[in-house]
Design a protein around this ligand. Structure first.
Ligand SMILES: *Cc1c(COP(=O)(O)O)cnc(C)c1O
Length: 375
């Protein structure tokens, strides 16, 4: 069965009213049976678990072909949960172009627990093993990366990780399981900011981890969810389930719009460079084509010819592309990344990141055309 059909027809919350759409369980607490001990409904307290959360986790595990899913109140809470499974003195390898908040989290919080990392260019897998130390436990990849759209070879990297008894964690927020399924390529954990494409409408903040096996690490992550308490609300889980029903309809449009914009912008004299794995000019285009199925995702970055003020001037002329952070919603967004990443950012000053929405591609291209021609 295709993913689109499975997302709509698999997994339901049984209810005697036979509602077609799952009901929302706002109750924080659930009744014990007449024995006063057991919970015949299967739920105790909503921080531990909730019917809407269970439904969401079943759907997300299915999408990534994982054994289980642990959902969180944000993408960063999910990231943090993975680092909380490490011990003091452990070391990890982090993709040099990974989401900037992941680096900040390690620098500000986890360094206090003596958890250290090395930034590595994951586009050259052959070099990765030279960075592995005796205490390296984990390799963290993000492909395509944010905001340089670098592609790393998940299968090759997981093989290197396994040879050194490390686990591989893949941030799959950008490609989504629609285009890449890291667990089937050997990864141990997939992380999502469900705030982005899975939510799809810029109205829910959430995160999730999907694991390959229900092993000891999974049990620890469940404990971090339950006891750490950064759980998503029943309403957010309900909203996310609703969003997932249209996920397979939205994703190919995001990707074809991104491709159309990449092709248009690459030939425009006002653009210095387009970073999009779907373009043959992308340095890892071949790996991207092998690893990503059916498209290259909805994100691209462009280097505007000139400096920061030239880039900002083009931005100010765009009409449909809202100038805002985040990505993955139905509306197209643009962002000057360097100014949001702040101190320590290595992002080029003339880089604009584009989240292609699901508007008509011709309208999006025309908008860039008029903005570039005015500048
Ligand atoms: C947004 C994002 C995150 C963080 O998720 P939040 O939901 O904002 O906490 C992590 N990784 C990537 C790739 C992201 O785009």
């Amino acid at each position: 069965m295709d993913l689109s059909t499975r997302l709509i027809h698999e997994f339901h919350l049984n209810n005697k009213e036979q509602a077609v759409i799952p009901p929302l369980f706002t109750s924080t607490t659930f009744e014990r049976g007449s024995d006063g001990i057991n919970f015949p409904g299967g739920f105790i307290y909503s921080r531990y678990d909730n019917p809407n959360r269970q439904l969401l986790e079943e759907k997300l595990a299915m999408m990534e072909e994982g054994a289980g899913c642990i959902s969180f109140a944000s993408g960063m809470a999910a990231v943090s949960a993975v680092f909380q499974t490490l011990k003091s003195g452990d070391h990890l390898l982090l993709a040099d172009d990974s989401y900037f908040a992941v680096r900040n989290l390690l620098d500000i919080l986890f360094s206090r627990f003596d958890i250290n990392y090395t930034l590595v260019d994951m586009t050259i897998p052959e070099k990765i093993s030279t960075y592995i130390q005796p205490n390296t436990r984990l390799i963290w990849i993000e492909t395509p990366s944010n905001p340089l759209l670098k592609i790393s070879d998940i299968e090759k990297i997981t093989q290197i990780a396994k040879a050194h008894q490390c686990i591989t964690v893949v941030d799959n927020t950008w490609p989504t399981p629609y285009f890449t399924q890291p667990l089937s390529l050997g990864a141990d954990i997939v992380i999502h900011s469900t705030t982005k494409y899975l939510g799809g409408h810029c109205d829910i903040v959430g995160g999730a981890l999907i694991v390959k096996d229900k092993d000891e690490r999974y049990q620890l992550l469940k404990d971090i969810q339950k006891l750490g308490g950064a759980v998503p609300s029943p309403y957010d889980c309900w909203m996310l389930c609703r969003s997932l029903s249209t996920f397979s309809a939205r994703m190919p449009i995001h990707a074809s719009n991104a491709m159309a914009l990449a092709i248009f912008l690459e030939q425009h004299p006002g653009i210095e460079k387009v970073l999009y794995p779907g373009l043959p000019s992308h340095p890892q285009h071949i790996i991207a084509t092998q690893q990503m199925k059916g498209g290259y995702g909805g994100m691209l970055s462009v280097l505007i010819k000139g400096n920061q003020s030239d880039a900002l001037r083009v931005l100010s002329k765009l009409r449909f592309f809202k100038h805002a952070t985040s990505l993955g919603g139905v509306e197209s967004l643009v962002e000057h990344r360097k100014s949001i990443e702040g101190a320590g950012s290595t992002t080029p000053e003339n880089l604009i990141r584009i989240s292609a929405g699901i508007e008509h591609s011709e309208d999006l291209i025309k908008d860039w055309q008029q903005a570039l021609n005015q500048s």
